[in-house]
Design a protein around this ligand. Structure first.
Ligand code: SAH
Length: 393
């Protein structure tokens, strides 16, 4: 965006001062302003030029649902009858937004519903950051910002962001990095690196790149204590087996904002939730000497697969073995499962994709629903003259 402002008009830029780019960044991402004409500290003619040459556009919210446990799922239209989802999870001490990075997913983990719908495309930076913008707007979370750039000392509603929605963030690397940079930028969302988490199934080369380019908190979707079992549950393991994955984790820890990596482990009844799996897991992590915390996720059943949720007894036993071995272990509360917003259930009933698409079309045509849509189009900041997909965020 800065380049676009400072480049001369002959080169397709605006020929403006650098700080103007910062002002626009602040208006959009700090104050939640999507109308150039309201950006009062910009000269009137600059506002007019921005209106003519650029576009602020956002993925429209198709609908949102509140779960019994207060988590709220947002469904976004990303064109071509595709939708992605974000889930807002409010807790006593923090509010977490879980966002998507791809439409569908190529990895096809055995227990994940997103994988069952196949891969459609990467989201752009604007579509990734646009989920955060839209939910912040919905929650009136931009209002904590004062005219004179002083933050009101109110708790932010969205204090944490996790890239744990649909898709594999590290397979959409460039757009993800740009979106992360905006989340961290003090002139934009100003989140600390410790409060932004990338979750990956283990794309090893990109873990190294993330360490070097934008180290944020890292979560690895482990799910199995051995290569054999992991090959079955997370097919990506055949390409990047545990030894390589843990070597990448070791490297990452030198750059990480936290001194541990979170290991996510989805417990599936009789598949990976037995005592021997927990003991093997302890051995594995000790062998590679990785500082980690465990996050156990009880499997959320959905129609397209035969797996079952683990029993409460097995969850507790599994967790106890890890804790007895000295590991901090949390059991993720299943949130939002009444609205299919729980882990692996995002963008819902994939078994019936045609019906889902038809429903989406219906929603879009339904004028009543349309009243709820934000009318702006897709990218957050977009030079109308530049290449269609080239963004200036
Ligand atoms: N591709 C990334 C992020 C998306 S998945 C990754 O693999 O980490 C986010 C988390 O939800 C992962 O740990 C994933 O394994 C877990 N998950 C997916 N489907 C699930 C299901 N049906 N039940 C419980 N957890 C699931």
């Amino acid at each position: 965006m800065e380049n676009f402002f400072v480049e001369s008009p002959e080169n397709g830029g605006l020929g403006e001062k650098k700080f103007r780019a910062k002002q626009v960044l602040q208006w959009i991402h700090q104050r939640g302003e999507s109308d150039f004409s309201a950006m009062s500290n910009l000269a009137k003619n600059l506002r007019q030029i921005l209106i003519e040459k650029t576009q602020i556009s956002l993925p429209p919210i198709i609908k949102n649902h509140l779960s019994d446990d207060n988590s709220r799922k947002f469904l976004f239209d990303v064109g071509n009858h595709n939708a992605v989802e974000s889930v807002y999870i409010p807790e006593k001490t923090r509010g977490t937004l879980c966002i998507s990075t791809q439409v569908g997913c190529i990895l096809d983990c055995a227990f994940c519903s997103t994988g069952k719908q196949g891969f459609h495309r990467n989201l752009s930076t604007a579509e990734i950051i646009g989920q955060l913008w839209q939910v912040k707007k919905y929650l009136q979370d931009f209002q904590n910002f004062h005219e004179n750039s002083q933050k009101i000392f109110e708790r932010k509603q969205i204090s944490n962001v996790v890239l744990m929605g649909m898709g594999e963030p590290l397979l959409n690397f460039d757009a993800t990095i740009s979106a992360l940079n905006l989340m961290l930028d003090d002139n934009a969302y100003g989140l600390s690196r410790r409060r932004v988490t990338v979750s990956t199934a283990g794309v090893v080369p990109q873990i190294y790149k993330l360490a070097e380019q934008c180290p944020v908190a890292l979560a690895i979707s482990l799910h199995a204590p051995s290569d054999d079992l992991r090959n079955f549950l997370v097919p990506l393991n055949k390409k990047y087996p545990l030894k390589e994955l843990f070597a990448a984790c070791q490297y990452y820890l030198q750059f990480a904002p936290r001194d541990f990596i979170t290991l996510e482990y989805t417990l599936i009844n009789n598949i990976n939730d037995q005592e021997n799996h927990a003991k093997e897991l302890v051995k594995l992590v000790k062998k590679y000497n990785i500082y980690c915390k465990f996050n156990l996720i009880p499997f959320n059943p959905f129609d397209a697969v035969d797996f079952q949720a683990p029993t409460a007894k097995n969850i507790l036993k599994f967790s106890q073995i890890l804790q007895d071995a000295g590991f901090i272990t949390t059991i993720r509360k299943t949130r939002g499962d009444d609205i299919l917003a729980a882990c692996g259930q995002l963008a819902g009933q994939v078994k019936d994709k045609t019906a889902r698409t038809a429903r989406l079309q219906n929603n879009l045509q339904n004028s009543k629903n349309l009243q709820n849509l934000q009318s702006k189009k897709i990218t957050i900041f977009h030079n109308k003259q530049s290449h269609k997909n080239k963004e200036n965020t």
